[in-house]
Design a protein around this ligand. Structure first.
Ligand code: COA
Length: 372
């Protein structure tokens, strides 16, 4: 049995941002135009007016201040309200592969490796822009990596589930190195015309490089243990699959994009995650005092505050449980990896931390790491 280690991380951040004020201005212009167009039906009481959004609500409910996106102009055009992300020709790199490669190269540089050193690539993300060939195989080709590659989808937990898959293969000896890549183009599956969720997501790509610990040549984190769990729920759902084109007027079906019952998710996922982490720590004989850092899934600040308090048994100190959601919004599976990549350099040898994701499925994944 070998020991797996995280030897590199990468974060590709798009160049365009949308602030809450910009987002709300576009949404309210869209809602105002809809209400003007439906003025007669609204006056007759046959159509409900669209309520307006508010930047204050968004910040208070979620802690989000802005989000990065691949295309801002399409989202903020009140006559369009979705990003300009057109299908590319088949002989051109796909959008997911392109941003995944950017993140992967950063992780390779950090570990001091070349793509030819990589045995396995997993593209683990919430939404894939095509069914096949796997985006991961395209990334393997673009990077020039050897071995094999495949796609995974465990929604917001895709990254941690990918890390366990890669770590297990390294432990078993079937591979020596793997890149787990999370290109999360969330702007494409968000309904920007829905006031209850239009503020939730942003775009990003992350990469986590895992190797046999004995092969590491730079600073790294040993993967002490991983733990995954799932429990079926319809409270976060996206029905967009191969049935999409088999019905008339499918394009207008709201369930073909991200849907959630946010209140229920909030209430049901918090106890699930708190217990999952507590059980994982107990199984590894790790106490709250032993834990130097928590890198949590980045969906909602109140949720993270609650989980941090439950896990540590007290209010987390500044920096103990870093959030990045104020800048990136919810980036699905990439969120906890951005937090880990941007807030782990200062840990000392022997320090222990825990990466945890949670989301649709429901799914929850935790990874306990120790600075070497
Ligand atoms: N602007 C202004 N008001 C808004 C609004 C907006 N953009 N969106 C909703 N509201 C209103 C609602 O209509 C509601 O009004 P009412 O009380 O008069 O009915 C009120 O604000 C509260 O709405 P609600 O949806 O219940 O808000 P919330 O406090 O539950 O926060 C979330 C919403 C989505 C931020 C929160 O539920 C959440 O984060 N849940 C977990 C999400 C999660 O982790 N998902 C995982 C996805 S991968």
């Amino acid at each position: 049995m070998h020991t797996a280690a995280i030897t590199g991380t990468g974060v590709f951040t798009p160049s365009e941002t949308i602030t809450n004020d910009e987002l709300v201005a576009a949404f309210n212009a869209y809602a105002g135009a809809q209400n003007a167009a439906n003025a007669d039906q609204i006056a007759a009481g046959t159509v409900e007016p669209m309520p307006l959004s508010s930047a204050d609500f968004i910040f208070a409910a979620s802690g989000i201040e802005r989000r990065y996106v691949l295309n801002k102009s399409g989202i903020l055009d009140p006559a369009r309200m979705y990003p300009k992300l057109d299908a590319r020709p088949d002989d051109t790199p796909s959008a997911m592969a392109e941003i995944g490669v950017h993140a992967a190269k950063q992780a390779l540089d950090m570990a001091g490796l070349n793509a030819t050193d990589i045995d396995c690539i997993l593209c683990a993300a919430s939404n894939h822009e095509r069914a096949y060939p796997a985006i991961a195989v395209e990334i393997q080709d673009l990077l020039g990596a050897r071995g094999f590659a495949y796609d995974m989808n465990v929604a917001c937990s895709s990254a941690t589930f990918g890390i366990q898959s890669a770590a297990d293969m390294i432990r078993a000896g079937s591979i020596r190195s793997a890149l787990v890549i999370n290109p999360e183009i969330c702007s494409a599956h968000l309904e920007w015309r829905d006031r209850d969720c239009h503020f939730i997501f942003g775009d990003v790509a992350t990469a986590t490089l895992l190797q046999r610990a004995e092969d590491a040549t730079t600073g790294h984190f040993v993967v002490r243990s991983t733990k995954l769990a799932t429990q079926f729920s319809n409270n976060i759902r996206n029905n967009n699959g191969f049935l999409r084109r088999t019905h008339d007027q499918q394009d207008d079906r709201r369930d073909m994009q991200f849907m959630q019952n946010g209140r229920k998710v909030f209430k049901e996922v918090l106890p699930l995650v708190s217990k999952h982490i507590a059980d994982h720590m107990a199984a590894e004989d790790i106490n709250a005092d032993d834990l130097k850092r928590l890198w949590l899934h980045q969906a909602n600040k109140s949720m993270n505050d609650y989980i941090g308090k439950r896990v540590l048994g007290r209010d987390p100190q500044p920096g103990e449980q870093p959030n990045i959601l104020q800048d990136y919004a919810n980036t699905s599976s990439a969120g906890s990896i951005i937090a880990f990549a941007q807030h782990s350099d200062d840990l000392a040898s022997g320090d222990i931390g825990l990466i945890c994701s949670f989301g649709a499925g429901y799914s929850v994944g935790s990874v306990i790491v120790e600075r070497a």
